[in-house]
Design a binder for this molecule. Sequence first.
Ligand SMILES: Cc1cc2nc3c(=O)[nH]c(=O)nc-3n(C[C@H](O)[C@H](O)[C@H](O)COP(=O)(O)O)c2cc1C
Length: 468
Amino acid sequence: MKRELVAMEFDSLLNARRSIREFSKKPVSEDDVMKVLEAATLAPSSGNLQPWEFILITSDEDKKKLREFCEESDKEWLDRVDEATRKKLSKKKEISLDFLTDAPCIILCFGKKNKEQWRESVWMAIALMTLKAADMELGTIIYTPPRSSAVNELFNISHHLSLAAVCPIGVPAKVPKARPRTPVAEKTKTVEQISSEHRLTREFTRRTDDPILSFMKRIPVLSYLSDVNREELRRRFFIKKFDKGEAILNRGEPGTYYYIIANGLVEVLIDDGMGNEKVVSVLSSGECFGEMSILSGEPTSAAIRAGTQVFCLALKSTDFLNLVEEYPSINVAITKLIATRLRKTNLSLVEATVLQGITGRLSMISLSELCQALSVNQRSGILEMSHIDDSGAKIEGSIFFSQGQVTNAVLPDVSGDEAFYTMLAWPDGEFIFRQEEVEPDFKVSADTMGLLMEGMRRMDEAQIKDEV
Ligand SMILES: Cc1cc2nc3c(=O)[nH]c(=O)nc-3n(C[C@H](O)[C@H](O)[C@H](O)COP(=O)(O)O)c2cc1C
Protein backbone atom coordinates (compact mmCIF):
# COMPACT_ATOMS: atom_id res chain seq x y z
CA MET A 1 0.00 0.00 0.00
CA LYS A 2 1.24 3.49 -0.81
CA ARG A 3 2.63 5.45 2.15
CA GLU A 4 0.06 8.28 1.82
CA LEU A 5 -2.73 5.74 1.81
CA VAL A 6 -1.42 4.09 4.98
CA ALA A 7 -1.12 7.52 6.63
CA MET A 8 -4.68 8.37 5.60
CA GLU A 9 -5.97 5.09 6.99
CA PHE A 10 -4.12 5.64 10.22
CA ASP A 11 -5.53 9.16 10.58
CA SER A 12 -9.06 7.95 9.94
CA LEU A 13 -8.55 5.19 12.52
CA LEU A 14 -7.42 7.78 15.09
CA ASN A 15 -10.45 9.91 14.29
CA ALA A 16 -12.91 7.04 14.30
CA ARG A 17 -11.93 5.53 17.66
CA ARG A 18 -14.41 6.21 20.46
CA SER A 19 -14.90 5.02 24.00
CA ILE A 20 -17.80 2.60 23.62
CA ARG A 21 -20.22 2.34 26.53
CA GLU A 22 -22.99 0.35 24.83
CA PHE A 23 -22.24 -3.11 23.51
CA SER A 24 -24.34 -5.55 21.52
CA LYS A 25 -24.57 -9.13 22.79
CA LYS A 26 -22.73 -10.40 19.68
CA PRO A 27 -19.81 -12.65 20.62
CA VAL A 28 -16.19 -11.82 19.84
CA SER A 29 -13.94 -14.76 19.02
CA GLU A 30 -11.01 -15.61 21.25
CA ASP A 31 -8.84 -15.21 18.15
CA ASP A 32 -9.93 -11.59 17.74
CA VAL A 33 -9.31 -10.81 21.40
CA MET A 34 -5.82 -12.28 21.07
CA LYS A 35 -5.15 -10.14 17.97
CA VAL A 36 -6.05 -7.04 19.97
CA LEU A 37 -3.79 -8.12 22.83
CA GLU A 38 -0.98 -8.95 20.44
CA ALA A 39 -1.09 -5.33 19.27
CA ALA A 40 -0.89 -4.26 22.93
CA THR A 41 2.29 -6.30 23.42
CA LEU A 42 3.96 -4.36 20.59
CA ALA A 43 3.89 -1.25 22.79
CA PRO A 44 7.14 0.35 23.89
CA SER A 45 7.99 -0.29 27.55
CA SER A 46 10.64 1.01 29.92
CA GLY A 47 13.75 -1.16 29.44
CA ASN A 48 11.55 -3.42 27.27
CA LEU A 49 10.39 -4.94 30.57
CA GLN A 50 6.88 -5.55 29.15
CA PRO A 51 5.30 -5.36 32.61
CA TRP A 52 1.75 -6.02 31.38
CA GLU A 53 -0.41 -9.05 32.19
CA PHE A 54 -3.96 -9.45 30.85
CA ILE A 55 -6.65 -11.48 32.57
CA LEU A 56 -9.82 -12.21 30.61
CA ILE A 57 -13.30 -12.46 32.08
CA THR A 58 -15.90 -14.11 29.87
CA SER A 59 -18.35 -15.97 32.11
CA ASP A 60 -21.64 -14.22 32.94
CA GLU A 61 -21.16 -15.06 36.59
CA ASP A 62 -17.74 -13.38 36.82
CA LYS A 63 -18.87 -10.35 34.79
CA LYS A 64 -21.82 -9.90 37.16
CA LYS A 65 -19.52 -10.22 40.17
CA LEU A 66 -17.19 -7.56 38.72
CA ARG A 67 -20.04 -5.22 37.79
CA GLU A 68 -21.65 -5.42 41.24
CA PHE A 69 -18.33 -4.70 42.89
CA CYS A 70 -17.52 -1.77 40.55
CA GLU A 71 -20.95 -0.17 40.93
CA GLU A 72 -20.70 -0.49 44.69
CA SER A 73 -17.21 1.04 44.87
CA ASP A 74 -18.17 3.84 42.45
CA LYS A 75 -21.07 4.70 44.80
CA GLU A 76 -18.81 4.62 47.85
CA TRP A 77 -16.35 6.86 46.02
CA LEU A 78 -19.10 9.29 45.04
CA ASP A 79 -20.08 9.57 48.71
CA ARG A 80 -16.53 10.53 49.59
CA VAL A 81 -15.74 13.14 46.89
CA ASP A 82 -16.12 16.87 47.52
CA GLU A 83 -19.43 18.59 46.94
CA ALA A 84 -18.46 20.24 43.62
CA THR A 85 -17.34 16.96 42.03
CA ARG A 86 -20.42 15.17 43.32
CA LYS A 87 -22.72 17.81 41.82
CA LYS A 88 -20.92 17.60 38.47
CA LEU A 89 -21.13 13.82 38.41
CA SER A 90 -24.62 13.38 39.77
CA LYS A 91 -25.96 15.23 36.74
CA LYS A 92 -25.28 11.89 35.09
CA LYS A 93 -27.82 9.16 35.63
CA GLU A 94 -27.52 6.60 38.42
CA ILE A 95 -24.24 4.67 38.36
CA SER A 96 -24.89 1.76 36.09
CA LEU A 97 -22.03 -0.05 34.45
CA ASP A 98 -23.96 -2.08 31.86
CA PHE A 99 -20.86 -2.37 29.70
CA LEU A 100 -19.32 -4.69 32.30
CA THR A 101 -22.01 -7.33 31.71
CA ASP A 102 -23.01 -6.55 28.09
CA ALA A 103 -19.56 -6.82 26.50
CA PRO A 104 -18.67 -10.45 25.73
CA CYS A 105 -15.18 -10.14 27.15
CA ILE A 106 -13.62 -7.98 29.86
CA ILE A 107 -9.87 -7.50 29.76
CA LEU A 108 -8.32 -6.77 33.14
CA CYS A 109 -5.08 -4.92 32.36
CA PHE A 110 -2.50 -5.43 35.10
CA GLY A 111 1.06 -4.24 35.61
CA LYS A 112 3.83 -6.04 37.47
CA LYS A 113 4.45 -3.75 40.41
CA ASN A 114 8.10 -4.68 40.76
CA LYS A 115 8.99 -3.43 37.27
CA GLU A 116 10.32 0.09 36.87
CA GLN A 117 7.78 2.50 35.30
CA TRP A 118 5.24 -0.30 34.98
CA ARG A 119 2.32 2.11 35.01
CA GLU A 120 3.54 4.17 32.06
CA SER A 121 4.33 1.04 30.04
CA VAL A 122 0.99 -0.65 30.73
CA TRP A 123 -0.84 2.48 29.58
CA MET A 124 1.16 2.47 26.35
CA ALA A 125 -0.10 -1.09 25.78
CA ILE A 126 -3.68 -0.08 26.59
CA ALA A 127 -3.46 2.75 24.04
CA LEU A 128 -2.40 0.35 21.28
CA MET A 129 -5.07 -2.10 22.35
CA THR A 130 -7.85 0.48 21.95
CA LEU A 131 -6.54 1.42 18.49
CA LYS A 132 -6.26 -2.17 17.30
CA ALA A 133 -9.80 -2.89 18.53
CA ALA A 134 -11.10 0.15 16.62
CA ASP A 135 -9.21 -1.05 13.54
CA MET A 136 -11.09 -4.37 13.81
CA GLU A 137 -14.40 -2.48 14.26
CA LEU A 138 -14.58 -3.61 17.85
CA GLY A 139 -15.36 -1.27 20.71
CA THR A 140 -13.49 -0.77 23.98
CA ILE A 141 -13.86 1.47 27.00
CA ILE A 142 -11.29 2.18 29.66
CA TYR A 143 -12.79 1.92 33.12
CA THR A 144 -10.78 2.47 36.29
CA PRO A 145 -12.49 1.29 39.51
CA PRO A 146 -11.77 3.40 42.61
CA ARG A 147 -10.60 0.46 44.76
CA SER A 148 -8.62 -1.35 42.11
CA SER A 149 -6.66 -3.57 44.51
CA ALA A 150 -9.94 -5.10 45.73
CA VAL A 151 -10.40 -6.56 42.22
CA ASN A 152 -7.35 -8.74 42.98
CA GLU A 153 -9.15 -10.13 46.03
CA LEU A 154 -12.35 -10.64 44.03
CA PHE A 155 -10.62 -12.99 41.58
CA ASN A 156 -7.77 -14.29 43.79
CA ILE A 157 -5.09 -12.45 41.85
CA SER A 158 -1.72 -11.89 43.51
CA HIS A 159 -1.06 -8.34 44.71
CA HIS A 160 2.20 -8.38 42.78
CA LEU A 161 -0.02 -7.38 39.91
CA SER A 162 -1.64 -3.97 40.08
CA LEU A 163 -4.78 -3.25 38.09
CA ALA A 164 -4.40 -0.33 35.66
CA ALA A 165 -7.71 -0.59 33.82
CA VAL A 166 -10.75 -2.72 33.17
CA CYS A 167 -11.42 -2.82 29.41
CA PRO A 168 -14.60 -4.39 28.09
CA ILE A 169 -14.31 -5.36 24.43
CA GLY A 170 -17.14 -6.19 22.04
CA VAL A 171 -19.22 -5.17 19.07
CA PRO A 172 -20.52 -1.60 19.59
CA ALA A 173 -24.31 -1.25 19.90
CA LYS A 174 -24.00 2.52 19.69
CA VAL A 175 -21.05 4.64 18.61
CA PRO A 176 -21.13 8.01 20.38
CA LYS A 177 -20.32 11.31 18.72
CA ALA A 178 -16.71 12.44 18.89
CA ARG A 179 -15.92 14.19 22.15
CA PRO A 180 -14.35 17.61 21.68
CA ARG A 181 -10.58 18.05 21.67
CA THR A 182 -8.61 21.20 22.41
CA PRO A 183 -6.75 22.18 19.22
CA VAL A 184 -3.17 21.00 19.20
CA ALA A 185 -1.90 24.57 18.74
CA GLU A 186 -3.33 25.47 22.16
CA LYS A 187 -1.58 22.53 23.75
CA THR A 188 1.84 23.20 22.21
CA LYS A 189 4.28 25.99 23.03
CA THR A 190 7.87 26.83 22.43
CA VAL A 191 9.90 27.55 25.57
CA GLU A 192 9.65 31.30 24.79
CA GLN A 193 5.86 31.11 24.72
CA ILE A 194 5.35 29.38 28.06
CA SER A 195 2.45 31.13 29.75
CA SER A 196 2.51 32.21 33.39
CA GLU A 197 0.38 29.17 34.23
CA HIS A 198 3.18 26.80 33.27
CA ARG A 199 6.17 28.88 34.23
CA LEU A 200 8.01 27.96 37.40
CA THR A 201 7.62 30.57 40.07
CA ARG A 202 10.68 32.47 41.30
CA GLU A 203 10.54 30.74 44.64
CA PHE A 204 10.45 27.35 42.97
CA THR A 205 13.36 28.04 40.61
CA ARG A 206 15.51 29.09 43.55
CA ARG A 207 15.02 25.59 44.95
CA THR A 208 17.51 24.18 42.44
CA ASP A 209 20.38 25.52 44.54
CA ASP A 210 18.70 24.51 47.75
CA PRO A 211 21.37 22.68 49.86
CA ILE A 212 18.76 20.19 51.10
CA LEU A 213 17.90 19.29 47.53
CA SER A 214 21.52 18.69 46.61
CA PHE A 215 21.92 16.69 49.85
CA MET A 216 18.89 14.58 48.89
CA LYS A 217 20.54 13.83 45.55
CA ARG A 218 23.47 12.21 47.35
CA ILE A 219 21.29 9.89 49.48
CA PRO A 220 21.42 6.43 47.84
CA VAL A 221 17.73 5.70 48.51
CA LEU A 222 16.65 8.95 46.81
CA SER A 223 19.31 9.07 44.12
CA TYR A 224 17.23 7.16 41.56
CA LEU A 225 14.45 9.76 41.59
CA SER A 226 14.15 12.21 38.73
CA ASP A 227 14.93 15.88 39.60
CA VAL A 228 11.24 16.75 39.30
CA ASN A 229 10.18 13.98 41.69
CA ARG A 230 12.93 14.90 44.14
CA GLU A 231 11.84 18.53 44.14
CA GLU A 232 8.27 17.42 44.70
CA LEU A 233 9.40 15.26 47.61
CA ARG A 234 11.57 18.03 49.06
CA ARG A 235 8.44 19.93 50.00
CA ARG A 236 7.25 17.04 52.18
CA PHE A 237 10.43 16.84 54.31
CA PHE A 238 10.77 18.61 57.67
CA ILE A 239 14.04 19.45 59.36
CA LYS A 240 14.34 18.21 62.95
CA LYS A 241 17.11 19.00 65.41
CA PHE A 242 18.06 16.76 68.36
CA ASP A 243 20.53 17.53 71.16
CA LYS A 244 23.24 15.08 72.21
CA GLY A 245 21.71 12.25 74.28
CA GLU A 246 18.13 13.11 73.27
CA ALA A 247 15.82 10.18 72.46
CA ILE A 248 14.72 10.28 68.82
CA LEU A 249 12.70 7.05 68.89
CA ASN A 250 11.80 5.04 71.97
CA ARG A 251 11.55 1.27 71.83
CA GLY A 252 7.94 0.12 71.58
CA GLU A 253 6.65 3.38 70.08
CA PRO A 254 4.90 3.32 66.70
CA GLY A 255 6.99 4.74 63.85
CA THR A 256 5.65 8.14 62.84
CA TYR A 257 8.58 9.54 60.83
CA TYR A 258 11.17 8.28 58.40
CA TYR A 259 14.48 10.05 59.11
CA ILE A 260 17.53 10.78 56.99
CA ILE A 261 20.53 12.05 58.95
CA ALA A 262 21.80 15.33 57.50
CA ASN A 263 24.42 15.99 60.15
CA GLY A 264 25.66 14.28 63.34
CA LEU A 265 25.77 10.75 64.74
CA VAL A 266 22.85 8.60 65.83
CA GLU A 267 23.03 5.55 68.10
CA VAL A 268 20.88 2.44 67.65
CA LEU A 269 20.19 0.63 70.94
CA ILE A 270 18.57 -2.74 71.50
CA ASP A 271 17.51 -4.66 74.57
CA ASP A 272 19.84 -7.63 74.96
CA GLY A 273 16.96 -9.72 76.32
CA MET A 274 18.05 -9.22 79.95
CA GLY A 275 16.86 -5.64 80.30
CA ASN A 276 20.17 -3.96 79.34
CA GLU A 277 20.40 -1.43 76.51
CA LYS A 278 23.29 -2.01 74.16
CA VAL A 279 24.53 0.29 71.33
CA VAL A 280 24.59 -2.00 68.32
CA SER A 281 25.21 0.53 65.61
CA VAL A 282 26.10 4.17 64.98
CA LEU A 283 24.58 5.86 61.94
CA SER A 284 25.97 8.97 60.28
CA SER A 285 25.14 11.58 57.63
CA GLY A 286 23.21 10.14 54.68
CA GLU A 287 21.98 7.07 56.57
CA CYS A 288 18.32 6.63 57.41
CA PHE A 289 16.14 5.01 60.06
CA GLY A 290 12.53 4.63 61.12
CA GLU A 291 11.41 2.79 57.97
CA MET A 292 11.09 -0.68 59.53
CA SER A 293 8.40 0.23 62.03
CA ILE A 294 6.46 2.26 59.46
CA LEU A 295 6.56 -0.60 56.97
CA SER A 296 5.72 -3.34 59.45
CA GLY A 297 3.18 -1.35 61.45
CA GLU A 298 4.87 -2.82 64.51
CA PRO A 299 6.34 -0.78 67.37
CA THR A 300 9.97 0.27 67.00
CA SER A 301 12.21 -2.65 67.97
CA ALA A 302 15.34 -0.54 68.60
CA ALA A 303 15.68 2.75 70.46
CA ILE A 304 17.37 5.60 68.58
CA ARG A 305 19.35 8.28 70.42
CA ALA A 306 21.31 11.32 69.27
CA GLY A 307 25.02 10.56 69.82
CA THR A 308 25.92 14.19 69.01
CA GLN A 309 23.82 17.17 68.04
CA VAL A 310 21.86 15.83 65.07
CA PHE A 311 19.96 17.41 62.19
CA CYS A 312 17.61 15.09 60.32
CA LEU A 313 15.30 15.35 57.35
CA ALA A 314 12.01 13.82 58.50
CA LEU A 315 9.19 12.49 56.36
CA LYS A 316 5.77 11.67 57.83
CA SER A 317 4.94 7.94 57.83
CA THR A 318 2.04 8.41 55.38
CA ASP A 319 4.28 10.33 52.95
CA PHE A 320 6.93 7.63 53.33
CA LEU A 321 4.45 4.84 52.53
CA ASN A 322 3.25 6.76 49.46
CA LEU A 323 6.85 7.14 48.38
CA VAL A 324 7.49 3.39 48.62
CA GLU A 325 4.23 2.65 46.82
CA GLU A 326 4.83 5.19 44.03
CA TYR A 327 8.48 4.53 43.22
CA PRO A 328 9.56 0.90 42.71
CA SER A 329 13.23 1.99 42.69
CA ILE A 330 12.87 3.35 46.22
CA ASN A 331 10.97 0.26 47.27
CA VAL A 332 13.83 -1.96 46.11
CA ALA A 333 16.51 0.34 47.58
CA ILE A 334 14.78 0.33 50.98
CA THR A 335 14.29 -3.44 50.98
CA LYS A 336 18.01 -3.90 50.27
CA LEU A 337 18.89 -1.38 52.95
CA ILE A 338 16.74 -3.19 55.53
CA ALA A 339 18.39 -6.50 54.70
CA THR A 340 21.90 -5.02 54.97
CA ARG A 341 21.07 -3.18 58.18
CA LEU A 342 19.70 -6.34 59.73
CA ARG A 343 22.88 -8.11 58.91
CA LYS A 344 24.90 -5.33 60.57
CA THR A 345 22.84 -4.64 63.69
CA ASN A 346 20.63 -7.55 64.60
CA LEU A 347 22.65 -10.43 63.37
CA SER A 348 24.50 -11.13 66.59
CA LEU A 349 21.23 -11.19 68.50
CA VAL A 350 19.43 -13.13 65.80
CA GLU A 351 22.26 -15.62 65.52
CA ALA A 352 22.39 -16.11 69.25
CA THR A 353 18.73 -16.98 69.35
CA VAL A 354 17.15 -17.92 66.07
CA LEU A 355 19.90 -19.50 64.08
CA GLN A 356 21.11 -21.68 66.94
CA GLY A 357 17.64 -23.11 67.41
CA ILE A 358 16.81 -21.38 70.69
CA THR A 359 13.27 -20.33 71.52
CA GLY A 360 12.59 -16.60 71.29
CA ARG A 361 9.74 -14.17 71.85
CA LEU A 362 8.07 -12.24 69.06
CA SER A 363 8.02 -9.17 71.29
CA MET A 364 11.83 -9.23 71.10
CA ILE A 365 12.28 -9.91 67.40
CA SER A 366 9.38 -9.53 65.01
CA LEU A 367 8.51 -12.17 62.45
CA SER A 368 9.45 -9.80 59.63
CA GLU A 369 12.93 -9.35 61.13
CA LEU A 370 13.27 -13.11 61.57
CA CYS A 371 12.27 -13.78 57.97
CA GLN A 372 14.67 -11.19 56.65
CA ALA A 373 17.53 -12.59 58.75
CA LEU A 374 16.77 -16.12 57.52
CA SER A 375 16.53 -14.80 53.97
CA VAL A 376 19.80 -12.83 54.11
CA ASN A 377 21.54 -15.89 55.60
CA GLN A 378 19.90 -18.24 53.09
CA ARG A 379 18.81 -20.63 55.85
CA SER A 380 16.76 -23.79 55.34
CA GLY A 381 14.51 -25.17 58.05
CA ILE A 382 11.21 -24.76 59.84
CA LEU A 383 10.23 -21.76 61.91
CA GLU A 384 7.72 -23.02 64.44
CA MET A 385 5.47 -20.36 65.91
CA SER A 386 2.88 -20.23 68.66
CA HIS A 387 0.50 -17.50 69.75
CA ILE A 388 -2.28 -17.17 72.33
CA ASP A 389 -5.37 -15.67 70.69
CA ASP A 390 -7.98 -13.37 72.30
CA SER A 391 -10.01 -16.34 73.57
CA GLY A 392 -6.93 -17.75 75.33
CA ALA A 393 -6.47 -20.62 72.85
CA LYS A 394 -2.95 -21.52 71.77
CA ILE A 395 -2.46 -21.53 67.99
CA GLU A 396 0.55 -23.22 66.45
CA GLY A 397 1.92 -22.70 62.96
CA SER A 398 5.00 -23.44 60.87
CA ILE A 399 6.85 -21.50 58.19
CA PHE A 400 9.11 -23.50 55.88
CA PHE A 401 12.32 -22.03 54.48
CA SER A 402 14.55 -23.31 51.72
CA GLN A 403 17.78 -21.37 51.06
CA GLY A 404 16.23 -18.31 52.72
CA GLN A 405 13.02 -18.42 50.68
CA VAL A 406 9.68 -19.01 52.37
CA THR A 407 8.22 -22.04 50.59
CA ASN A 408 5.05 -22.58 52.63
CA ALA A 409 3.27 -21.52 55.80
CA VAL A 410 0.82 -23.72 57.64
CA LEU A 411 -1.79 -23.03 60.34
CA PRO A 412 -4.44 -25.50 61.55
CA ASP A 413 -7.10 -24.15 59.18
CA VAL A 414 -5.18 -22.43 56.37
CA SER A 415 -1.87 -22.65 54.51
CA GLY A 416 0.22 -20.75 51.95
CA ASP A 417 0.12 -16.93 51.69
CA GLU A 418 -2.87 -16.48 54.02
CA ALA A 419 -1.24 -18.47 56.82
CA PHE A 420 1.94 -16.40 56.44
CA TYR A 421 0.05 -13.08 56.59
CA THR A 422 -1.89 -14.27 59.66
CA MET A 423 1.30 -15.13 61.54
CA LEU A 424 2.98 -11.90 60.44
CA ALA A 425 0.20 -9.99 62.20
CA TRP A 426 0.68 -11.82 65.54
CA PRO A 427 1.81 -9.13 67.97
CA ASP A 428 3.26 -11.64 70.43
CA GLY A 429 4.03 -15.30 70.80
CA GLU A 430 7.00 -17.63 70.72
CA PHE A 431 9.12 -19.15 68.01
CA ILE A 432 11.85 -21.66 67.46
CA PHE A 433 13.85 -22.17 64.29
CA ARG A 434 14.82 -25.75 63.49
CA GLN A 435 17.58 -25.74 60.95
CA GLU A 436 17.27 -28.62 58.48
CA GLU A 437 17.15 -29.23 54.76
CA VAL A 438 13.54 -28.94 53.61
CA GLU A 439 12.39 -30.28 50.26
CA PRO A 440 11.46 -27.02 48.42
CA ASP A 441 7.75 -27.35 47.70
CA PHE A 442 6.54 -23.83 46.87
CA LYS A 443 3.00 -23.17 48.10
CA VAL A 444 3.34 -19.38 48.37
CA SER A 445 2.90 -16.91 45.54
CA ALA A 446 5.93 -14.66 46.10
CA ASP A 447 9.48 -14.61 47.39
CA THR A 448 10.21 -13.79 51.04
CA MET A 449 10.51 -10.02 50.45
CA GLY A 450 7.36 -10.00 48.32
CA LEU A 451 5.40 -11.81 51.05
CA LEU A 452 6.69 -9.42 53.70
CA MET A 453 5.81 -6.32 51.67
CA GLU A 454 2.31 -7.61 50.93
CA GLY A 455 1.81 -8.74 54.55
CA MET A 456 2.85 -5.30 55.81
CA ARG A 457 0.56 -3.61 53.33
CA ARG A 458 -2.34 -5.70 54.65
CA MET A 459 -1.44 -4.82 58.23
CA ASP A 460 -1.41 -1.12 57.31
CA GLU A 461 -4.80 -1.51 55.70
CA ALA A 462 -6.17 -3.33 58.76
CA GLN A 463 -4.78 -0.62 61.04
CA ILE A 464 -6.37 2.13 58.94
CA LYS A 465 -9.71 0.26 59.10
CA ASP A 466 -9.35 -0.05 62.89
CA GLU A 467 -8.63 3.66 63.18
CA VAL A 468 -11.68 4.51 61.05
C1 LIG B 1 -7.17 6.83 32.29
C2 LIG B 1 -8.57 6.81 31.75
C3 LIG B 1 -9.61 6.50 32.59
C4 LIG B 1 -10.91 6.46 32.11
N1 LIG B 1 -11.91 6.09 32.96
C5 LIG B 1 -13.18 6.03 32.50
C6 LIG B 1 -14.23 5.60 33.36
O1 LIG B 1 -13.99 5.23 34.52
N2 LIG B 1 -15.49 5.58 32.88
C7 LIG B 1 -15.78 5.95 31.58
O2 LIG B 1 -16.95 5.91 31.20
N3 LIG B 1 -14.79 6.36 30.74
C8 LIG B 1 -13.51 6.40 31.15
N4 LIG B 1 -12.49 6.78 30.30
C9 LIG B 1 -12.80 7.15 28.90
C10 LIG B 1 -12.84 8.67 28.73
O3 LIG B 1 -14.01 9.18 29.33
C11 LIG B 1 -12.80 9.00 27.23
O4 LIG B 1 -11.60 8.53 26.68
C12 LIG B 1 -12.90 10.51 26.97
O5 LIG B 1 -14.13 11.02 27.41
C13 LIG B 1 -12.76 10.84 25.48
O6 LIG B 1 -13.71 10.14 24.72
P1 LIG B 1 -13.29 9.16 23.51
O7 LIG B 1 -12.40 8.10 24.08
O8 LIG B 1 -14.56 8.59 22.97
O9 LIG B 1 -12.55 9.99 22.51
C14 LIG B 1 -11.18 6.79 30.74
C15 LIG B 1 -10.12 7.10 29.89
C16 LIG B 1 -8.81 7.08 30.38
C17 LIG B 1 -7.66 7.36 29.44
